[in-house]
Design a protein around this ligand. Structure first.
Ligand SMILES: [Ca+2]
Ligand SMILES: [Ca+2]
Length: 326
């Protein structure tokens, strides 16, 4: 596996360091230049090991958790460099978004604690049958693996690109997998202003927040972000991936609205030139939102109980009539 090679690189760097220590013991002194040279060689070995990928299959966790700075994947590459095209063991489809280029979001259930999900952008359209090769042939709950894709850091979010130039492919490993549990977080885990150390590991994973209140709206790059306030912490959310929103916002989103639960995918949006740098919780469907107003009030429950009682009484009377007729 590619991840194995990455670890091999780390071991090599350690070996270089140990050799340096042995030389220090023998000669008592070692020039600063030599130490820097050894460190540089170790870094080169690490980078070389991270750049070899042909024929290897990475997990989503390999791609997301091995970073250069706690954020960008070490596997992010220039697509012109075919040495860096990879295969990915993939995961379960947890979301689909039919944007300008359709996206499929995969999450590996073997890594529920973090670094477990990734977005895949499908560039392969078959005009003869009018379908996107990946997007239109996988469903929520399918386990999908990928071959010949490449990794990009786009606006701070790690993406896999499925592009015909590199002869990509996908395999349905299994279908009908159970819905993955959303990771239960607090607003501090996803807070705005952003904290990479707290949030990056959840990128593209399904997470949930409970008991929040909608704050300001019309925020962010597309003026469609809204605040979710929980105590003194604020999270930014968006409904642009929400298939049922019918506009920039789910109809239940308005300043001051209480939400019992909000579930969605975590996405980063960073554009230094425009001054943007935030994570957003992206809902996928109306079911990802449960508003306080969605839960029947006591009086509504009273009406439900009354209707059920009438139905039950009617059923009993009907049975008695049938008995008398017999
Ligand atoms: Ca990121
Ligand atoms: Ca990432």
């Amino acid at each position: 596996m590619r991840g194995g090679r990455f670890l091999t690189g780390a071991v090599r760097m350690g070996e270089v360091s140990r050799e340096g220590k042995e030389r220090r013991r023998g000669k008592k002194t070692m020039s600063v230049l030599s130490i820097r040279t050894v460190s540089f060689l170790g870094l080169v070995l690490l980078m070389l090991s991270a750049s070899r990928a042909i024929g290897d299959e990475l997990t989503i966790h390999d791609i997301q958790s091995n970073t250069t700075d706690g954020d960008a994947s070490v596997y992010a590459c220039d697509p012109a460099n075919v040495d860096q095209i990879i295969d990915c063991a993939g995961g379960v489809v947890i979301g689909k978004f039919r944007g300008f280029k359709p996206r499929v979001i995969l999450q590996d259930p073997d890594y529920p604690a973090g670094w477990g999900a990734i977005q895949v952008k499908d560039w392969v359209y078959h005009s003869d049958v009018q379908e996107w090769e990946l997007y239109d042939n996988v469903e929520i709950g399918d386990w999908v693996s990928l071959t010949n894709v490449w990794v990009e850091e786009f606006r701070g979010t790690t993406m896999l690109h499925y592009q015909s130039t590199y002869t990509p492919g996908f395999t349905l490993i299994s279908q009908g997998n159970p819905v993955l549990d959303a990771v239960e977080l607090t607003a501090a885990d996803l807070a705005f202003p952003l904290d990479h150390g707290a949030t990056e590991l959840y990128e593209s994973m399904v997470v949930t927040l409970e008991q929040v209140v909608v704050g300001q709206m019309d925020l962010g790059k597309a003026d469609d972000n809204y605040e979710l306030i929980q105590g003194s912490d604020v999270v930014w959310a968006a409904d642009y991936m929400n298939a049922h929103a019918g506009g920039p916002y789910d109809p239940r989103i308005e300043t001051g609205a209480g939400l019992v639960r909000v579930t969605g995918l975590v996405e980063q949006y960073t554009d230094a030139a425009e001054g943007w740098d935030y994570y957003q919780l992206c809902t996928r469907s109306r079911d990802d939102l449960l508003a306080a107003a969605d839960i029947p009030t006591i009086s509504q429950w009273g009406i439900v109980v009354m209707l059920l009682s009438i139905a039950a009484a009617g059923s009993i009377m009907w049975r008695r009539e049938r008995v008398c007729e017999a």
